[in-house]
Design a protein around this ligand. Structure first.
Ligand SMILES: [Fe+2]
Length: 294
């Protein structure tokens, strides 16, 4: 069995560009329930789920875009050493100091398909606390990206960062993890470059109803769900970025090479495999939106 010793252990933050920062900020503050911890010189806003300096960064721009993704390095890896390893892998790496609030030093990497990564060792934690109203998720769990360089991107995650492949859907969408969650990243290979969705974990499954009620009160409709293996509901943010709220994510056991067995698994044990599109919806509900479109 391959060893599982990824260079990073969690997704720290996602930075989005938006054409209407006030409207988008209000969604994440009021409907989702994040807290603003800082404002950047360029008008960026830094939003925290409740502990970290930031988990979502919004920046004003002409149109929506995924600016970059921040991963936290394993404690044993120094920033300078990591930058060297990135360059040896053949990618451009730049060490940045004080580039954003709460992170003194990070390595910015230009990955395949013009995807920008930031890798940091430590982030300040002002711990503004978790909201008691609104959706109030507990963590940022994963993101899904569409990339024309999907294969290269998967290679970067697997071969360089040490992520583990946990499943794919017909070879088009590949799920990868750097911790015990079934996926921290989902890479969709398609001839376009964009963020597909970001996913927050809720406190527990009962909170799906609270979350749906909170979103409705804020004028936000569900796109689809909640349903699935990991129970997930989806809605659009004001920029039509899909936001997923999930609980009960399958837990991968790298030591065994399969997922923690659950009563609803169609395969016992559930090992990483290629799923067909027809296998994705055991309860028979029609998808009311197409996950392949943004
Ligand atoms: Fe997802």
């Amino acid at each position: 069995m391959k060893t599982f010793d990824p260079k990073v252990f969690r997704l720290g933050y996602v930075a989005l560009a938006t054409a209407d920062i006030e409207r988008t900020k209000q969604h994440y503050l009021k409907a989702i329930g994040l807290t603003q911890t800082a404002t950047g010189d360029d008008g960026s806003v830094f939003l925290s789920l409740g502990y970290d300096q930031h988990n979502i960064v919004l920046s004003p721009a002409g149109e929506k875009a995924l600016r970059h993704v921040g991963f936290q390095l394993n404690p044993g890896i120094a920033v300078a050493e990591f930058a060297k390893q990135v360059r040896a892998f053949g990618l451009v790496a730049e060490i940045k100091t004080d580039s954003q609030p709460g992170i003194a030093e990070l390595v910015e990497v230009e990955g395949p398909g013009n995807s920008i990564f930031q890798f940091y060792g430590t982030m300040e934690a002002p711990a503004p606390g978790f909201k008691k109203t609104a959706v109030a998720p507990v963590r940022l769990g994963h993101l899904a990206v569409v990339s024309p360089e999907g294969e290269k991107l998967v290679k970067f995650y697997e071969e360089f960062l040490g992520f583990r492949y946990t499943d794919d859907i017909q070879g088009i969408a590949t799920f990868l993890t750097c911790n015990r969650e079934h996926h921290v990243v989902n890479v969709v290979s398609a001839p376009e470059s964009r963020l597909h969705h970001i996913a927050f974990e809720l406190k527990d499954t009962a909170y799906h109803a609270v979350a749906a009620d909170s979103l409705r009160a804020a004028g936000v409709k569900q796109l689809w769900g909640p349903s699935g293996h990991n129970i997930a509901g989806y809605h659009y943010d004001p920029d039509k970025v899909i936001v997923e709220l999930y609980t009960e994510m399958d837990q991968f056991i790298p030591e065994l090479g399969f997922h923690e067995p659950r009563p609803w698994h169609e395969h016992l044990p559930m090992r990483p495999r290629t799923w067909q599109l027809t296998e994705l919806n055991a309860w028979g509900a029609e998808f009311s939106f197409n996950l392949a479109q943004g």
